[in-house]
Design a protein around this ligand. Structure first.
Ligand code: ADP
Length: 478
C-alpha cells in the first residue's frame, strides 16, 4: 500500500543498476528508489556520467552548472531511466574515459580522490540548494565514493538537509595523501584522529562516518561486527564511538528479476518440475554429470569470498557425488586455482571466467546449492538468490549471511524453519563439514524438500528494509 508523500532523498553513489555495475552496491542503489516510493519517499539518484552513459543522456537538460570542478565545468543532467529519476554529473575531464568506474587498463585512476570529491561536492550543493524546486530532506551517501558529501554539508552548511552514510563494504575506504586536504576542499583544522585523519592519511569513508547524522550498514550482524578489529579494518573505533547512530538494515533483492517464475523453464513451490529441466541444462552448459548435489559459486574471485578454500574442500565433495559450476573473475591466482580444480575434475567441476548476468540466472535456476564461504560479508546477495531459487545456501556465518540463512541444526530441522547450512569459522574444516551435511541432506529427499520449501518462501524482497529506511529518514526530517 502506498502512503502519502513523506519527503525527498538525494541518493549519491558511484554505481546504479541498470546504468553501471561492478557489484552489489549497484543493485541496492538501483532498487531503493522504487522500494522507497511505496513508503512515500521520493528518491533521486546522483551518479557520475561515465562514458557508457553519455549517449543516453545526450539530450537530457542541465539542471545545475558547477564551474571550477577540479579542472573543468560540471553539469548535472536530469532524466528518467527504467522508472528511476537520475541525475548525472557530466564532467568529461573526470569521467569520460575508457575503462571502468574506478580503473583503466593500467589500474586505478590516479585522480580517484578528486573524481569522487567532485561527485560529493556537487551532491552537497544539490542537497543544500535543491534544483527546480526539488529540495531533498536527506542526502543518502553510499560508500567511500560519496563519503565527502556529508562532510561538505557539515563543513560548508547543510541548508537543513540531513545526511545518512551507508557502508556497503568497509574494506574500501577511499584513501588519499594528507597533502591533498586543501585540494579536496577539506578544513585543515579537521585533520586529526577524531575527524578526517586515518593513520596519517585521509579517508573519505571516515569523513562520511564522522560527519553524517546517521550511519547504516547492510545487515545487523555486520553493524555489530564493524565495532570489532577483525572486521572494522581500522575504522572500528570510529564506528564504536558513534554506535548509537549506527544501524544495520538488510538489503533485499529485486524479486521481479530474481524469481524462478521468470526463468526459461519456470518453477515454483509446489511445482518443482522445471527445476530438474534447468539442472539438466546447467549440467550441459558446463559439461557436468552429477548424481549428488550440484553446487554453484557466482562471485568475485577474491580473498574476501573465501574462494581459496574451494580446492581444499571440493575434492571430498566430488568424491561424495557432488558437482560444482563456478562463474566469476578477479584475482589471477584464484582464477588459476579454479582452472586447476576444473582440470582435475572434468565432468564434475566446471568453470567460466567472466561476468555474465544471464548465465548466473541459469545457474541459480539449475543448482541444488550455492556456496558462499566468505571471510566477511556485509550483506551478500547470492545467498538470497539461492533461497528464492531453492538452491540451498551453504554459507559462512558472518555478516548478512548469518542474518539471512537459518542453519539446518537439529532444532531448526525439528521445528521446520531451516533454510540452508551455515558454518563457522571460515576455514576448510568447518566448510568441509558443511558440505558433508549438504550431501547427507540431499540424500534425504523428504528433508531436502522441506528445507527447499522454507528457503523459497523466505521473504527476500525490499519491503521490510524499505520500511526501515523510511523510518530512519522520518527520524531525520527537520
Ligand atoms: P559483492 O558486492 O561483494 O561482490 P554481493 O553478493 O553483495 O557481493 O553482490 C554480488 C553481485 O554481483 C550479485 O548480484 C552477483 O550475482 C553478481 N555477480 C558476481 N560475480 C558475478 C559474475 N561473474 N557474473 C554474474 N554476476 C556476478
Amino acid at each position: 500500500m502506498r502512503v502519502g508523500m513523506r519527503g525527498r532523498v538525494l541518493s549519491v553513489a558511484s554505481e546504479c543498476v541498470p546504468l553501471i555495475k561492478t557489484g552489489g552496491l549497484a543493485d541496492v542503489v538501483g532498487a531503493l528508489p522504487a522500494a522507497l516510493a511505496v513508503q512515500g519517499w521520493d528518491m533521486r539518484v546522483l551518479l557520475p556520467c561515465y562514458r557508457n552513459l553519455r549517449a543516453m543522456a545526450a539530450d537530457w537538460p542541465d539542471v545545475l552548472v558547477e564551474e571550477g570542478l577540479w579542472g573543468g565545468t560540471g553539469r548535472v543532467l536530469s532524466g528518467e531511466v527504467a522508472g528511476l529519476s537520475v541525475l548525472l554529473l557530466d564532467a568529461p575531464h573526470l569521467y569520460d574515459r575508457e575503462g571502468g568506474p574506478y580503473a583503466g587498463r593500467s589500474g586505478d585512476w590516479a585522480d580517484n580522490p578528486q573524481r569522487f570529491a567532485a561527485l560529493s561536492w556537487v551532491a552537497a550543493r544539490l542537497a543544500r540548494e535543491g534544483i527546480d524546486g526539488w529540495k531533498p530532506d536527506v542526502l543518502h551517501a553510499h560508500d567511500w565514493q560519496a563519503g565527502l558529501a556529508p562532510a561538505y554539508l557539515a563543513y560548508y552548511g547543510s541548508g537543513g538537509c540531513a545526511s545518512v552514510m551507508t557502508v556497503h563494504n568497509i574494506a574500501f575506504q577511499g584513501w588519499a595523501a594528507p597533502w591533498m586536504l586543501g585540494d579536496l576542499r577539506l578544513p585543515v583544522q579537521e585533520f586529526h584522529p577524531d575527524a578526517l585523519e586515518y593513520f596519517g592519511q585521509l579517508s573519505s569513508l571516515k569523513a562520511g562516518l564522522v560527519t553524517a547524522d546517521r550511519i547504516t550498514t547492510v545487515s545487523p550482524t555486520y553493524a555489530a561486527e564493524l565495532t570489532r578489529p577483525e572486521y572494522g579494518m581500522g575504522l572500528q573505533g570510529v564506528i564504536a564511538a558513534r554506535e548509537s547512530r549506527v544501524s544495520g538494515i538488510l538489503n533485499g533483492v529485486d524479486t521481479a528479476v530474481w524469481t524462478p517464475k521468470a526463468e526459461p523453464v519456470p518453477y515454483a513451490v509446489g511445482d518443482m518440475g522445471g527445476k530438474a529441466a534447468n539442472r539438466a541444462a546447467l549440467c550441459a552448459t558446463f559439461g557436468l554429470s552429477v548424481s549428488g548435489p550440484l553446487a554453484i559459486v557466482v562471485s568475485r574471485l577474491t580473498d574476501q569470498k573465501g574462494i581459496d578454500l574451494l580446492p581444499k574442500v571440493i575434492p571430498e565433495f566430488v568424491a561424495q557425488g557432488g558437482g560444482l559450476a563456478i562463474l566469476g573473475s578477479g584475482d589471477p591466482a584464484l582464477e588459476a586455482a579454479m582452472a586447476a580444480l576444473a582440470d582435475r575434475f572434468p565432468g564434475r567441476v566446471g568453470l567460466r571466467i567472466g561476468y555474465d548476468e544471464a548465465l548466473s540466472h541459469q545457474m541459480f535456476a539449475g543448482a541444488d546449492a550455492v556456496l558462499v564461504p566468505s571471510r566477511f560479508e556485509p550483506c551478500g546477495l547470492t545467498q538470497m538468490y539461492g533461497l528464492t531459487y531453492g538452491a540451498l545456501p551453504v554459507v559462512a556465518a558472518v555478516g548478512g549471511l548469518a542474518d539471512t540463512v537459518i542453519h539446518a541444526s537439529p532444532a531448526a530441522m525439528a521445528t521446520g524453519v531451516a533454510t540452508g547450512i551455515s558454518f563457522h569459522p571460515t576455514d576448510a574444516v568447518a566448510f568441509g563439514q558443511a558440505l558433508r551435511q549438504l550431501v547427507a541432506l540431499f540424500a534425504d529427499t523428504a528433508a531436502w524438500a522441506r528445507v527447499q520449501r522454507n528457503a523459497m518462501t523466505h521473504p527476500v524482497g525490499w519491503e521490510a528494509s524499505a520500511r526501515a529506511y523510511a523510518a530512519l529518514y522520518d527520524g531525520l526530517r527537520r
